[in-house]
Design a protein around this ligand. Structure first.
Ligand code: FAD
Length: 397
């Protein structure tokens, strides 16, 4: 019998095989006896996952996401070789106005069992002599954070899922619809597959798929596709080797020393989160002015970077929600009762992938999970955005 004609009763279809969808497929296969099909138009990790700077940190300003990051980090740690997790530590710097906020935040994180401490500027300068701090800035340090390899991580989940029997299809889903109590997807090649449930892990392409499926602009999900530049430098002698990530909330930038000699520089600029572009038409190249300004800012924080070599720059795109936190919910309110989504990860979803997979499996199987109330779609219409401790600073959460 053709695969496309097989019974749909127990089939779960996951669209998107980035870090999210691969983890979702793996967790669903573990949690159910269903046939699970993972579909991606470009292959595993062919979307934004491969553009990720892949920082794995726990410094979040609300408990629910901090717990998810904490649990996920344990997963990275337990599989550190395969996921290429480097525990470099992370330094967070805030302007004086946010010092109290940071102290309260670190108290909350410590209550959860996360190792993080506030450092006096003098102490921080001693520990990290390559960093420059203003006397009135706030500094914290989390020793267990670092970064992993995003492509290896998505492939790890996809491989584990396939080992358990998940089927992978490299196809583009052109349309989704709900017919006769079942979820149906129509592929670009015209073939149809039905299932009991379909989960959209389609990141920046989610609204495009909904539009193609006949949804009007006003009925789409509250997601913006926002390009964010990353500048890559060759570090000069003296600051090579493994070093902590710097989460520079004072400059609204972050710096990730990668491997022996590179440094990836990203930003936390909330004004960039307002842009909304066609996901298949990112801006062509990072403007020279942006790179020049960025190079100035980074050398204020890391003076030796004044002698760094420029390597390259690229744009990645975030799927931003209005409160920069995910939507993990059923799409019944859109008239798609057998459809679910885990989207809107707003530029910080890589590190959360292990937890996201578990939460989505609870959503689909009906298991109770307090996170589901938190990430519900209706919160935006209810005016109940998720709390953000560092308002105006993007993606920190
Ligand atoms: C520049 C940048 C830096 C980042 N840095 C960090 C960081 O340091 N730490 C962190 O935690 N997070 C970070 N993030 C965010 C994180 O990388 C993403 O949230 C996460 O990787 C998204 O994974 P995903 O699986 O949801 O999306 P994607 O990896 O984009 O996967 C979605 C998949 O869906 C497929 N797809 C879409 N539509 C269809 C369709 N119609 N049919 C078939 N397939 C389809 C696509 O091909 C794609 O492979 C960063 C993101 C960017 C862009």
């Amino acid at each position: 019998m053709s695969y496309y004609k097989m019974s749909a009763r127990d089939r779960i279809i996951v669209i998107g095989a980035g870090s999210t969808g691969s983890s979702v497929a793996y967790n669903l296969k573990r949690a159910t006896h269903s046939e699970v099909v993972l579909i991606d138009k470009g292959g595993v990790a062919s979307g934004m996952t491969s553009f990720s700077t892949a920082i794995v940190r726990t410094h979040y300003s609300n408990e629910v996401v901090a717990k998810m990051a904490f649990e996920s980090r344990k997963f990275f740690e337990a599989n550190r070789e395969t996921l290429r997790f480097y525990k470099t530590g992370m330094v967070t710097v805030v302007p004086s106005a946010l010092r109290k906020r940071m102290e309260d935040n670190v108290d909350m994180l410590r209550r959860l069992g996360i190792r993080e401490e506030i450092l006096e500027v003098k102490e921080a300068s001693k520990m990290f002599p390559w960093l420059n701090f203003d006397a009135d800035e706030g500094v914290s340090y989390e020793p267990d954070s670092g970064y992993a390899d995003p492509v290896s991580t998505a492939n790890f989940f996809a491989r584990k899922a396939m080992d358990l029997g998940v089927k992978f299809l490299r196809e583009e889903v052109h349309r989704i619809e709900n017919t006769q109590g079942q979820a149906k997807i129509v592929l670009r090649n015209g073939k149809e597959i039905s299932g009991a449930s379909v989960i959209l892990c389609t990141n920046i392409w989610t609204n495009k798929l909904l539009s193609q499926s006949g949804f009007a602009k006003g009925d789409l999900l509250p997601l913006k596709v926002s390009p964010h530049p990353v500048v890559i430098y060759k570090r000069p002698n003296g600051i090579t080797g493994l070093r902590p990530v710097v989460n520079d909330l004072a400059n609204r930038d972050y710096y990730k020393p990668e491997g022996e000699s590179l440094l990836l520089g990203g930003n936390l600029r909330s004004e960039l989160d307002e842009a909304d572009v066609d996901p298949d038409k990112p801006p062509p190249q990072v403007p020279f002015n942006y790179i020049a300004d960025y190079s100035q800012r980074i050398s204020n924080r890391i003076p030796a970077m004044g002698n760094a070599g420029f390597h390259s720059a690229y744009y990645g795109m975030y799927d931003n929600t209005p409160d920069l936190h995910p939507i993990i919910d059923s799409l019944a309110s859109l008239g798609l009762p057998n459809f679910y989504c885990c989207v809107g990860l707003s530029g910080h979803g890589f590190k959360l992938a292990p937890s996201l997979g578990e939460i989505v499996s609870h959503l689909v199987t009906g298991e109770e999970d307090p996170a589901l109330e938190y990430f519900r779609l209706s919160r935006f219409k209810e005016g109940k955005s998720i709390f953000k401790g560092y308002e105006g600073i993007g993606t920190v959460g």
